[in-house]
Design a protein around this ligand. Sequence first.
Ligand code: ADP
Length: 675
Amino acid sequence: MSGLSGRIIGLRSAGALRAAAGAAILFAPWIRARPPSTPSPSMSATAETHAFQAEVNEVLSIVVHSLYSHREVFLRELISNASDALDQLNLRALTEPGLLGDDGELRIELVVDKKAGTLTVRDNGVGMTREELIENLGTIARSGTKRLMQSLSAEQKKDVALIGQFGVGFYSAFLVADTVTVDSKKAGSDEAWVWESQAKNDFVVRPGSRAGRGTDVLLHLKDDAKEYLDEWPLSAVVRKYSDYVRWPIRLLVERDDGKAQKPEWRTLNAARALWTRPKSEITREQYVEFYKHTSHDWAEPLAWTHFKVEGTHELTGLLFLPSRAPLDLVERKQGGVRLFVKRVFVLDDAQEILPEWLRFVRGVVDSEDLPLNVSREVLQRDATTRFIQKQVVAKTLALLEELAKEGETDIERDGKKEKRERYLEFWREFGRVLKEGLYHEPDLRAQMAGLLRYESSRAQGLTGLAAYKQRMPAEQKAIYTVSAESLAAAEQSPHIEALKKRGYEVLYQLDPIDEWIGDALREFEGTRIVSAAKSALDLPESDEEKRAKERHQKDLAPVLARMHKVLDERVQEVRVTERLTDSPACLVSAAQGMSPHMERRLRDAGHPVPAQKRILEVNPEHPVLRKLRALADGDDERFQRWTALLHDQALLAEGVLPPDPAGFARKLAQLMGEE
Ligand code: ADP
């Protein structure tokens, strides 16, 4: 009775442990972003001088010294900020129409003053308070950027591609300007404030005189950047980077009609949300620029999907896969999809429509059905949200499947044509996060299994389950896996000796979550997934092999029983195996158990895991076993010592330190000293 209930409890806790294992691996204590510290100001009569946060100085120095050849992007960055400010105002005005006042035509304006040598990027958007100016333009709040700055060497800081990964945003203004003056008035406030800096360690904040709501970014152009005072270079840059910005971008131009000079506004962009246009009208460049605009990534996206769903619910989506993962991908929990309702921006980082395990996806979703004044609370309750999320998941998975099918192709990146396997690039960057989906979405597991990639014993490089199955010899019954800390450890694993000898490929589970996924999947398209370090391997055996195994088991029975007695504390059974060809012994887990690898990870993550007794399997053909057989009749001390050594070396072969390393070393030395 007690044995039975013990077993049931044992099983239950094994299940609970496995669930805990998945959770522990996924939800290791993430490093949280600390709130930015605001340096204390030094006061003067009207203006306050504030020191930049250290990382801002670094970013500024990179901007000025390294990004010179990319400097035209300053306009994209400033227009993108202005466009965001208009989006936010537009949203707030839904509930507070008074905010618009008599200035309801939302727009971005570029104003050139040739005499003064200045260019102003102006918006009548949401504006910033004094505190927001200090906080937003004096510190870097994003933890990833901060850590990136701290981790890069001086040499790496010159790498534009690396730096471009996080985007330098507002600070790119210093690519073309030696002084930047931001004059801003928050919507609904009476106070205007000015922020000004020469990018030399500090900035000044003083009261401003701006009449209406919004922000002016006034650039005192450097001598070698005066081309941005001319209409044509300006309009070319706007068309190149910001044509799809949905707010009009106007430039005040002087028209020389022969008599008087009449300034007039000219709209530079198409000002229509890109995703509302038919695919056939959108060029590759426009998609790429739209991506850069919405994601603040300087690199081109790896792929995208542009779709429309019609029927009971209507929505349009334009979703991108970045080509590189941000540095804080694993701990960053927010996503990058913006939610629009009938072309009105309503939410940044709409987690409700993008599951966490797709947090690398960037882009927009525009719904026709949600209410315009939608809040996070409403979204969480609304059935439409679930519909949208389903669509986002389905379209993203379809895009990934398409990439996975495509194999090697020509792709153009940063203007260069190269042969690449896009799916593997994606997998290397984001596979770790995609795997979280298999944990969270049991219903999608079977579908997503096809997207998994592993290193394997076949050859260097990643492979998937479908390709593995195709290569399986006819008589092979299962898909084999082995968990290990590293590729080298997996390749040397004793557990897979017999499999390799038979020509069976073994998939290497090198990521802690892989083992969990293998156990959760159990099978792939009708073929079982079997861990080489667990219970039976289910190898096809010839009659002769079967007879030999039975004979060995019988012949060795007394030796095995004696070994078990010696190792009683540590193993639940000692038995003969067909798993080994070269090694004398290995340790395997029961079918329900977890590998020592997983056990260790769990302990490291702070979970109390009861020590699991495993099974010691021995290779009856190995000389060590013959020796043990000879010893079994006599010298008890030597038999015990040899058995303990055999057990400990099996642990070592897995990359695990024996429980008493000093004892192991002593026994080994003693053995070496023996005749
Ligand atoms: P990012 O746009 O990536 O957040 P930036 O350095 O470009 O980083 O801008 C920092 C912040 O300053 C923005 O997030 C925004 O809050 C604020 N900001 C910048 N420009 C404007 C603007 N024109 N109107 C209102 N707020 C702005």
